[in-house]
Design a protein around this ligand. Structure first.
Ligand code: SAH
Length: 343
Protein backbone atom coordinates (compact mmCIF):
# COMPACT_ATOMS: atom_id res chain seq x y z
CA UNK A 1 0.00 0.00 0.00
CA UNK A 2 1.17 3.52 -0.76
CA UNK A 3 2.42 5.45 2.19
CA UNK A 4 0.40 8.42 3.42
CA UNK A 5 2.02 11.63 2.16
CA UNK A 6 1.95 14.05 5.05
CA UNK A 7 3.10 17.28 3.42
CA UNK A 8 0.17 18.92 1.70
CA UNK A 9 -2.46 17.46 4.02
CA UNK A 10 -4.66 19.61 6.21
CA UNK A 11 -5.43 18.93 9.85
CA UNK A 12 -8.67 17.04 9.12
CA UNK A 13 -6.89 14.70 6.78
CA UNK A 14 -4.12 13.98 9.26
CA UNK A 15 -6.69 13.41 12.00
CA UNK A 16 -8.53 10.93 9.82
CA UNK A 17 -5.29 9.11 9.08
CA UNK A 18 -4.50 8.89 12.78
CA UNK A 19 -7.98 7.57 13.65
CA UNK A 20 -7.77 4.95 10.91
CA UNK A 21 -4.55 3.77 12.50
CA UNK A 22 -6.07 3.61 15.98
CA UNK A 23 -4.14 6.63 17.14
CA UNK A 24 -5.45 9.51 19.15
CA UNK A 25 -6.74 12.28 16.97
CA UNK A 26 -5.03 14.82 19.22
CA UNK A 27 -1.63 13.69 18.01
CA UNK A 28 -2.56 15.01 14.59
CA UNK A 29 -2.19 18.61 15.66
CA UNK A 30 1.32 17.90 16.96
CA UNK A 31 2.31 16.31 13.68
CA UNK A 32 0.73 19.18 11.81
CA UNK A 33 2.80 21.70 13.76
CA UNK A 34 6.00 19.75 13.21
CA UNK A 35 5.44 19.84 9.48
CA UNK A 36 4.11 23.32 8.89
CA UNK A 37 5.57 25.37 11.74
CA UNK A 38 8.82 23.58 12.46
CA UNK A 39 9.54 22.11 9.01
CA UNK A 40 10.86 18.88 10.43
CA UNK A 41 11.47 16.05 7.98
CA UNK A 42 12.24 13.17 10.31
CA UNK A 43 9.89 11.33 12.63
CA UNK A 44 12.69 11.00 15.19
CA UNK A 45 12.59 14.74 15.68
CA UNK A 46 8.90 14.72 16.61
CA UNK A 47 9.89 14.42 20.23
CA UNK A 48 6.48 14.94 21.78
CA UNK A 49 5.12 11.80 20.12
CA UNK A 50 5.46 8.39 21.74
CA UNK A 51 7.99 5.98 20.30
CA UNK A 52 5.17 3.75 19.23
CA UNK A 53 3.49 6.55 17.27
CA UNK A 54 6.76 7.48 15.62
CA UNK A 55 7.29 3.86 14.59
CA UNK A 56 3.83 3.71 13.11
CA UNK A 57 4.42 6.89 11.16
CA UNK A 58 7.69 5.57 9.80
CA UNK A 59 5.91 2.51 8.57
CA UNK A 60 2.79 4.10 7.13
CA UNK A 61 3.61 7.69 6.30
CA UNK A 62 6.20 9.80 4.55
CA UNK A 63 6.87 13.49 4.27
CA UNK A 64 7.45 13.99 0.60
CA UNK A 65 7.81 12.05 -2.62
CA UNK A 66 10.56 14.38 -3.79
CA UNK A 67 14.21 13.94 -2.94
CA UNK A 68 16.82 16.69 -2.97
CA UNK A 69 19.24 15.30 -5.53
CA UNK A 70 21.58 18.24 -5.83
CA UNK A 71 22.01 21.67 -4.32
CA UNK A 72 24.16 24.53 -5.57
CA UNK A 73 24.92 27.69 -3.63
CA UNK A 74 25.69 30.91 -5.50
CA UNK A 75 28.17 33.47 -4.26
CA UNK A 76 25.21 35.78 -3.71
CA UNK A 77 23.59 33.24 -1.37
CA UNK A 78 20.99 31.98 -3.84
CA UNK A 79 20.44 28.24 -3.59
CA UNK A 80 19.30 26.10 -6.50
CA UNK A 81 17.69 22.77 -5.68
CA UNK A 82 17.38 19.86 -8.04
CA UNK A 83 14.59 17.52 -6.96
CA UNK A 84 14.15 13.99 -8.15
CA UNK A 85 10.55 12.90 -8.59
CA UNK A 86 9.29 9.40 -7.95
CA UNK A 87 9.25 8.58 -11.69
CA UNK A 88 12.89 9.58 -12.11
CA UNK A 89 12.20 13.02 -13.60
CA UNK A 90 13.80 16.16 -12.24
CA UNK A 91 12.63 19.69 -11.49
CA UNK A 92 14.35 22.69 -9.99
CA UNK A 93 13.47 25.38 -7.47
CA UNK A 94 15.45 28.40 -6.32
CA UNK A 95 15.69 30.08 -2.93
CA UNK A 96 16.64 33.76 -3.01
CA UNK A 97 17.79 35.90 -0.13
CA UNK A 98 18.41 39.58 -0.28
CA UNK A 99 20.66 41.09 2.37
CA UNK A 100 18.54 44.17 2.78
CA UNK A 101 15.19 42.41 2.98
CA UNK A 102 13.61 40.18 5.57
CA UNK A 103 11.78 38.28 2.86
CA UNK A 104 12.82 34.86 1.80
CA UNK A 105 11.50 34.08 -1.65
CA UNK A 106 11.28 30.67 -3.25
CA UNK A 107 10.79 30.19 -6.96
CA UNK A 108 9.04 26.89 -7.70
CA UNK A 109 8.18 24.72 -10.70
CA UNK A 110 4.79 23.49 -11.86
CA UNK A 111 5.75 21.21 -14.76
CA UNK A 112 8.57 18.89 -15.78
CA UNK A 113 9.96 20.85 -18.71
CA UNK A 114 7.68 23.30 -20.50
CA UNK A 115 5.56 23.18 -23.65
CA UNK A 116 5.64 26.90 -24.51
CA UNK A 117 8.80 26.95 -26.62
CA UNK A 118 9.98 30.53 -25.90
CA UNK A 119 13.12 30.95 -27.99
CA UNK A 120 15.21 32.57 -25.24
CA UNK A 121 14.49 30.18 -22.37
CA UNK A 122 16.58 27.18 -21.34
CA UNK A 123 13.61 25.32 -19.86
CA UNK A 124 11.89 25.33 -23.26
CA UNK A 125 14.74 23.25 -24.63
CA UNK A 126 13.77 20.39 -22.32
CA UNK A 127 10.42 20.05 -24.04
CA UNK A 128 7.39 19.11 -22.00
CA UNK A 129 7.22 15.92 -19.93
CA UNK A 130 4.28 16.23 -17.57
CA UNK A 131 2.43 18.33 -15.02
CA UNK A 132 3.45 18.18 -11.38
CA UNK A 133 0.70 17.11 -9.01
CA UNK A 134 -0.38 19.35 -6.14
CA UNK A 135 1.88 17.68 -3.60
CA UNK A 136 4.90 17.82 -5.88
CA UNK A 137 4.42 21.58 -6.09
CA UNK A 138 3.87 22.01 -2.35
CA UNK A 139 6.67 19.70 -1.28
CA UNK A 140 9.28 21.88 -2.97
CA UNK A 141 8.60 24.54 -0.34
CA UNK A 142 8.53 22.03 2.50
CA UNK A 143 11.87 20.52 1.49
CA UNK A 144 13.55 23.91 1.16
CA UNK A 145 12.29 24.89 4.60
CA UNK A 146 13.38 21.59 6.11
CA UNK A 147 16.78 21.84 4.45
CA UNK A 148 17.53 25.40 5.50
CA UNK A 149 15.55 25.61 8.74
CA UNK A 150 14.19 28.90 7.43
CA UNK A 151 10.62 30.00 6.90
CA UNK A 152 9.79 31.02 3.36
CA UNK A 153 7.77 34.22 3.26
CA UNK A 154 7.17 34.68 -0.47
CA UNK A 155 6.53 32.30 -3.33
CA UNK A 156 6.90 32.97 -7.03
CA UNK A 157 5.61 30.48 -9.58
CA UNK A 158 8.43 31.28 -11.95
CA UNK A 159 10.33 28.02 -12.12
CA UNK A 160 9.99 25.42 -14.81
CA UNK A 161 6.70 25.15 -16.66
CA UNK A 162 3.63 27.21 -17.42
CA UNK A 163 1.55 27.41 -14.23
CA UNK A 164 -1.74 28.21 -15.98
CA UNK A 165 -1.51 24.98 -17.97
CA UNK A 166 -1.55 23.08 -14.68
CA UNK A 167 -4.47 25.08 -13.41
CA UNK A 168 -6.15 22.89 -10.78
CA UNK A 169 -2.89 21.87 -9.14
CA UNK A 170 -1.76 25.49 -9.19
CA UNK A 171 -4.88 26.61 -7.34
CA UNK A 172 -4.81 23.65 -4.94
CA UNK A 173 -1.18 24.35 -4.09
CA UNK A 174 -1.90 28.03 -3.44
CA UNK A 175 -4.72 27.01 -1.12
CA UNK A 176 -2.32 24.78 0.83
CA UNK A 177 0.33 27.51 0.99
CA UNK A 178 -2.22 29.93 2.36
CA UNK A 179 -4.00 27.63 4.78
CA UNK A 180 -1.26 25.29 6.00
CA UNK A 181 1.95 27.23 5.44
CA UNK A 182 0.31 30.55 6.44
CA UNK A 183 1.72 32.43 3.48
CA UNK A 184 -0.55 35.33 2.58
CA UNK A 185 -2.15 35.53 -0.86
CA UNK A 186 -0.37 38.80 -1.53
CA UNK A 187 2.99 37.16 -1.01
CA UNK A 188 2.38 34.73 -3.84
CA UNK A 189 3.03 35.59 -7.50
CA UNK A 190 2.02 33.49 -10.49
CA UNK A 191 3.84 34.21 -13.72
CA UNK A 192 2.33 33.24 -17.06
CA UNK A 193 3.19 33.62 -20.72
CA UNK A 194 -0.45 34.58 -21.27
CA UNK A 195 -2.98 31.74 -21.53
CA UNK A 196 -6.09 33.85 -22.04
CA UNK A 197 -8.89 31.43 -21.04
CA UNK A 198 -7.17 30.73 -17.74
CA UNK A 199 -6.63 34.43 -17.08
CA UNK A 200 -10.38 34.83 -17.54
CA UNK A 201 -10.96 32.02 -15.06
CA UNK A 202 -8.69 33.70 -12.53
CA UNK A 203 -10.68 36.90 -12.96
CA UNK A 204 -13.93 35.01 -12.32
CA UNK A 205 -12.37 33.49 -9.20
CA UNK A 206 -11.39 36.96 -8.00
CA UNK A 207 -7.79 35.81 -7.70
CA UNK A 208 -6.00 37.57 -4.85
CA UNK A 209 -2.40 36.67 -5.51
CA UNK A 210 -0.27 38.67 -7.92
CA UNK A 211 -0.49 37.82 -11.59
CA UNK A 212 2.65 38.51 -13.61
CA UNK A 213 2.69 38.37 -17.40
CA UNK A 214 5.77 37.54 -19.43
CA UNK A 215 5.07 40.05 -22.19
CA UNK A 216 8.58 40.61 -23.56
CA UNK A 217 7.50 42.45 -26.71
CA UNK A 218 5.67 45.54 -27.78
CA UNK A 219 3.57 44.07 -30.59
CA UNK A 220 2.32 40.75 -31.84
CA UNK A 221 4.73 40.42 -34.75
CA UNK A 222 7.77 40.67 -32.52
CA UNK A 223 6.23 38.60 -29.79
CA UNK A 224 5.45 35.77 -32.20
CA UNK A 225 9.12 35.59 -33.14
CA UNK A 226 10.22 34.84 -29.59
CA UNK A 227 7.05 33.46 -27.97
CA UNK A 228 5.01 31.00 -30.06
CA UNK A 229 2.11 31.33 -27.59
CA UNK A 230 1.32 34.60 -29.37
CA UNK A 231 0.13 32.66 -32.42
CA UNK A 232 -2.67 31.24 -30.35
CA UNK A 233 -3.28 34.11 -27.94
CA UNK A 234 -2.44 37.35 -29.75
CA UNK A 235 -0.99 40.41 -28.09
CA UNK A 236 -3.99 42.74 -28.22
CA UNK A 237 -6.37 40.08 -27.00
CA UNK A 238 -4.00 39.37 -24.13
CA UNK A 239 -3.91 43.03 -23.10
CA UNK A 240 -7.72 43.13 -23.28
CA UNK A 241 -8.00 40.03 -21.11
CA UNK A 242 -5.66 41.64 -18.59
CA UNK A 243 -7.73 44.81 -18.50
CA UNK A 244 -10.80 42.75 -17.72
CA UNK A 245 -8.81 40.91 -15.08
CA UNK A 246 -7.75 44.10 -13.32
CA UNK A 247 -11.32 45.46 -13.52
CA UNK A 248 -12.77 42.33 -11.96
CA UNK A 249 -10.19 41.71 -9.27
CA UNK A 250 -9.20 45.29 -8.55
CA UNK A 251 -5.63 44.03 -8.59
CA UNK A 252 -2.74 45.50 -10.53
CA UNK A 253 -0.84 43.05 -12.75
CA UNK A 254 2.92 42.92 -13.20
CA UNK A 255 4.24 43.20 -16.73
CA UNK A 256 7.50 41.28 -17.02
CA UNK A 257 9.74 42.30 -19.86
CA UNK A 258 13.04 40.55 -20.47
CA UNK A 259 15.35 42.91 -22.32
CA UNK A 260 17.37 41.14 -25.02
CA UNK A 261 20.05 42.99 -26.95
CA UNK A 262 18.88 44.19 -30.37
CA UNK A 263 15.74 42.08 -30.16
CA UNK A 264 13.33 44.10 -28.03
CA UNK A 265 15.38 46.81 -26.30
CA UNK A 266 15.10 49.73 -28.72
CA UNK A 267 13.65 53.16 -28.16
CA UNK A 268 10.75 52.28 -30.42
CA UNK A 269 10.02 49.13 -28.38
CA UNK A 270 9.94 51.16 -25.17
CA UNK A 271 7.54 53.71 -26.61
CA UNK A 272 5.25 51.09 -28.12
CA UNK A 273 5.18 49.12 -24.90
CA UNK A 274 4.39 52.22 -22.86
CA UNK A 275 1.53 52.97 -25.23
CA UNK A 276 0.11 49.47 -25.34
CA UNK A 277 -0.09 49.13 -21.55
CA UNK A 278 -0.96 52.76 -20.83
CA UNK A 279 -4.55 51.90 -19.93
CA UNK A 280 -3.67 48.72 -18.07
CA UNK A 281 -3.40 48.88 -14.26
CA UNK A 282 0.10 47.53 -14.05
CA UNK A 283 3.65 47.78 -12.78
CA UNK A 284 6.58 46.86 -14.96
CA UNK A 285 9.39 44.52 -14.00
CA UNK A 286 12.32 44.69 -16.39
CA UNK A 287 14.52 41.62 -16.52
CA UNK A 288 18.00 41.73 -17.94
CA UNK A 289 18.47 38.77 -20.23
CA UNK A 290 20.42 35.94 -18.64
CA UNK A 291 22.58 34.28 -21.20
CA UNK A 292 22.41 30.51 -21.41
CA UNK A 293 24.07 27.86 -23.47
CA UNK A 294 20.93 27.20 -25.52
CA UNK A 295 20.66 30.48 -27.39
CA UNK A 296 22.69 33.21 -29.05
CA UNK A 297 20.83 36.08 -27.43
CA UNK A 298 22.83 38.65 -25.51
CA UNK A 299 22.35 40.96 -22.54
CA UNK A 300 21.23 44.50 -23.41
CA UNK A 301 23.55 47.47 -22.99
CA UNK A 302 23.13 49.22 -19.68
CA UNK A 303 22.20 52.51 -21.34
CA UNK A 304 19.39 50.82 -23.23
CA UNK A 305 18.05 49.37 -20.01
CA UNK A 306 18.06 52.80 -18.38
CA UNK A 307 16.42 54.38 -21.43
CA UNK A 308 13.73 51.72 -21.40
CA UNK A 309 13.07 52.30 -17.73
CA UNK A 310 12.99 56.04 -18.17
CA UNK A 311 10.45 55.95 -20.97
CA UNK A 312 8.10 53.69 -19.08
CA UNK A 313 8.42 55.82 -15.98
CA UNK A 314 7.75 58.94 -17.97
CA UNK A 315 4.52 57.30 -19.13
CA UNK A 316 3.49 56.95 -15.47
CA UNK A 317 4.44 53.37 -14.73
CA UNK A 318 6.20 52.13 -11.65
CA UNK A 319 9.22 50.25 -12.97
CA UNK A 320 11.59 47.90 -11.20
CA UNK A 321 14.62 46.13 -12.57
CA UNK A 322 14.81 42.55 -11.38
CA UNK A 323 17.99 41.84 -9.45
CA UNK A 324 19.89 39.04 -11.04
CA UNK A 325 20.34 36.19 -8.60
CA UNK A 326 22.33 33.01 -8.89
CA UNK A 327 23.71 33.58 -12.40
CA UNK A 328 26.91 31.73 -11.53
CA UNK A 329 25.00 28.51 -10.80
CA UNK A 330 22.47 28.81 -13.65
CA UNK A 331 19.72 29.63 -11.19
CA UNK A 332 18.66 32.93 -12.75
CA UNK A 333 15.46 33.41 -14.77
CA UNK A 334 15.44 31.29 -17.88
CA UNK A 335 18.41 29.15 -16.89
CA UNK A 336 16.60 26.25 -15.26
CA UNK A 337 17.35 23.26 -17.41
CA UNK A 338 17.53 20.40 -14.88
CA UNK A 339 21.05 19.43 -15.90
CA UNK A 340 20.57 15.83 -14.72
CA UNK A 341 18.70 14.84 -17.86
CA UNK A 342 15.01 14.15 -17.46
CA UNK A 343 13.89 10.68 -18.49
N1 SAH B 1 5.94 30.03 -17.95
C1 SAH B 1 5.80 31.13 -17.01
C2 SAH B 1 6.69 30.93 -15.82
C3 SAH B 1 8.17 31.10 -16.10
S1 SAH B 1 8.69 32.48 -15.22
C4 SAH B 1 6.04 32.43 -17.74
O1 SAH B 1 6.28 32.39 -18.93
O2 SAH B 1 5.90 33.48 -17.13
C5 SAH B 1 10.28 32.71 -15.80
C6 SAH B 1 10.48 34.09 -16.31
O3 SAH B 1 11.83 34.21 -16.80
C7 SAH B 1 9.58 34.41 -17.49
O4 SAH B 1 9.23 35.76 -17.48
C8 SAH B 1 10.51 34.12 -18.64
O5 SAH B 1 10.08 34.69 -19.82
C9 SAH B 1 11.80 34.67 -18.12
N2 SAH B 1 12.98 34.18 -18.84
C10 SAH B 1 13.10 33.08 -19.58
N3 SAH B 1 14.34 32.96 -20.06
C11 SAH B 1 15.03 34.02 -19.60
C12 SAH B 1 16.37 34.44 -19.72
N4 SAH B 1 17.25 33.73 -20.39
N5 SAH B 1 16.72 35.59 -19.09
C13 SAH B 1 15.83 36.27 -18.35
N6 SAH B 1 14.57 35.92 -18.19
C14 SAH B 1 14.16 34.80 -18.81
Amino acid sequence: MDKFELVGKNLDEIERFMLENNQSKFRAKQIYNWIYLKSVDSFEKMTDLSLETRELLKEKALFSKLVIKDKQVSKDGTIKYLFELIDGNFVEAVLMRFDNRANLTACISTQVGCPMGCSFCATAKLGFKRNLDTNEIVQQIFLIQADTGLKITNIVYMGQGEPLLNFDNLLNSIKIFREQFQIGARRITVSTCGIIPQIEKLADLNFQSTLAISLHASDNEKRKQIMPVSNKYPYDKLIDALKKYTDKTGRRVTIEYVLIKDINDTLEDAKKLAYSISKLKSNVNLIIYNQNEYSQYKKPLKENVMRFKYILEASGKKVTIRLERGGDIDAACGQLSSKMKNK
